[in-house]
Design a protein around this ligand. Sequence first.
Ligand code: SF4
Ligand code: SF4
Length: 166
Amino acid sequence: MNEEDLQTEFNPQDRVDEFAKLEPEFWKHKRLEDLNHYEWEALCDGCGKCCLNKLEIKGKIRFTNAYCRFLDCKSCLCKIYKQRFSVVRDCRDIDLEAVREKPRWLPKTCAYWLLDNGYDLPQWHPLITRRAASVREAGMSLSGRELINESKVEDYEDYIVDWPDL
Ligand code: SF4
Ligand code: SF4
């Protein structure tokens, strides 16, 4: 993909402002299976942690701090969101199957995983705060962490991280 085709500036708050159109606290009385497209998309907190490269070692997923080259590390949003599956071969759709896959490969703070496992949304989730920045302020996004672009990585095993929110 031509670099010029990439969007380089994002305002994650634009997305959060749209949450006002959704049914209040829909996640408390609807199952994941019953969410409409907009509700499903709103559950993503925008942490960016699912865009880290991972290894499966002895039946467990180990995260690395090597991020997909299409992740904008400032906003923690994908630069090619609409075309991501055609551009990145191993980019995964976050659907129910992905949420329930074993071994777990979504971070344990991921809203989809939390709700599917009987937990409520954390207080810093943008659906509760109505602010995209609350994820970063709570230290739950990739923003501000020591990261490396996957294009600079030779051996992913050298970049395994053990962050408590993974
Ligand atoms: S880990 Fe979950 S909440 Fe975070 S960006 Fe990925 S899908 Fe969204
Ligand atoms: S292409 Fe996929 S893995 Fe890469 S930043 Fe976008 S959503 Fe994340």
